[in-house]
Design a protein around this ligand. Structure first.
Ligand code: TXA
Ligand code: MG
Length: 344
């Protein structure tokens, strides 16, 4: 299939919407990462997303809406609890996904057979225009090949999915860079299933104490069931092996430098302050105290590793688990298949 590359003019968005109305799949920019969108209310269209990404069918999708009123208009949930309404009023449009009990309108392909549905109102104006113009709501997982880092540019999408999808709307680089925070209100108390730019502290400030699912920070034991099916899969991985180093900045540099002396196939994902002192190739994701910039650049950095000739292993700083750091930690620990070297 020929993948059409579109811009963000009114005509481009109309064209993208007509592809979706005709049952196709289109990659669209959102403020978090690029999403691969299809009509969420049509199970046959949704199946095409799973095929293009090679995504396991038991991993449910997020339904993207263009206005809070879409929840009622398209009859998406069987209950819209007060806490969900408070979260929606506070954080939408924006990078928060809320899981609620689903209605019968949601096809099994979207919910992967679960009794719940994940809903998000993105703040990216192109995403919202496209949803509106399509006249429906859009199921959209991240627009990467399953297992690889989520795409934050149209080029990332093309590298993974060119000729497997109908079109890509190129809206430039994504602002946030990591996927939305996912919180479920189908349990009491509510539970964080995936950390993102909207932090636990921000959520608790408006709805009170929430739980953090074990799978956010720890490796699931064999046979343990994931509340969020996506958490059980290997994820965000470049071809090179990723290893996290839990140490202070100086020890990180001396460790990587001494490894590089005997093994020239290693490189580093690091902070601006480290670059001058590292002997191995260094890919910086921002200043050491600027978590938001680090989030924005993380997936591009993981993809860059595979473009450096001969590199087989990448060492990355182990991030803090606090605030936005929790989102970075959650992605990097999966990219590293939970391999961390502790240096006292
Ligand atoms: O920022 C984002 O959320 C991006 C953009 C495109 O909106 N989308 C995204 O979708 O990251 P995806 O499919 O890559 O991640 C959705 C996560 C998966 O881990 C999935 O298992 C979980 O949300 N999820 C979706 N529906 C769920 C449900 N009903 N119950 C539990 N987990 C659910
Ligand atoms: Mg994804």
């Amino acid at each position: 299939m020929n993948t059409l590359l579109l811009g963000t003019t009114k005509d481009d968005i109309k064209k993208a919407a007509s592809i979706i109305k005709d049952g196709g799949v289109v990659a669209m920019p959102t403020e978090t990462v690029y999403g691969l969108a299809a009509d969420a209310l049509n199970g046959e269209c949704v199946k095409k997303i799973f095929l293009a990404k090679r995504r396991p069918m038991d991993n449910p999708l997020i339904v993207h809406i263009s206005d809070i009123s879409d929840i009622e208009r398209f009859d998406l949930v069987s209950e819209f609890p007060l806490e969900a309404q408070i979260l929606a009023q506070t954080f939408w449009p924006g990078p928060l996904t809320i899981i609620m009990k689903k209605s019968d309108r949601i096809p099994d392909e979207v919910s992967a057979g679960l009794p719940t549905v994940a809903i998000r109102l993105p703040s990216h104006s192109v995403a919202r225009q496209l949803i509106k113009e399509s006249g429906t709501v859009l199921a959209a997982p991240s627009a990467n090949r399953s297992g690889s880092p989520s795409p934050t540019t149209a080029t990332h999408v093309m590298n993974d999915l060119c000729s497997f999808i109908d079109a890509v709307v190129d809206g430039g680089a994504c602002d946030v860079g990591v996927e939305s925070t996912v919180v479920t209100l189908a349990t009491t108390p509510p539970r964080l299933l995936r950390p993102g730019l909207v932090t636990v502290e921000q959520i608790e400030a408006v709805i009170g104490k929430i739980d953090v699912d074990d799978a956010v920070l720890f490796k699931l034991e064999n046979g343990e069931k994931a509340a969020s099916p996506g958490m059980k899969y290997k994820h965000y991985s470049p071809k090179a092996k990723v290893v996290l180093i839990n140490s202070d900045g100086d020890k990180f540099i001396s460790f990587v430098n001494s490894e590089f002396e005997t093994d020239s196939t290693v490189c580093a994902i690091c902070y601006d302050e480290d670059v001058a002192e590292l002997k191995a190739q260094a890919i910086s994701i921002g200043k050491s105290d600027d978590l938001e910039t680090q989030a924005k650049r993380l997936f591009d950095a993981l993809r860059k590793v595979d473009t450096i000739d001969g590199v087989k292993k990448v060492y990355a700083h182990c991030p803090t688990k606090q605030g936005v750091g929790m989102a970075l930690y959650n992605r990097l620990i999966r990219a590293a298949s939970f391999e961390v070297i502790e240096i006292e």
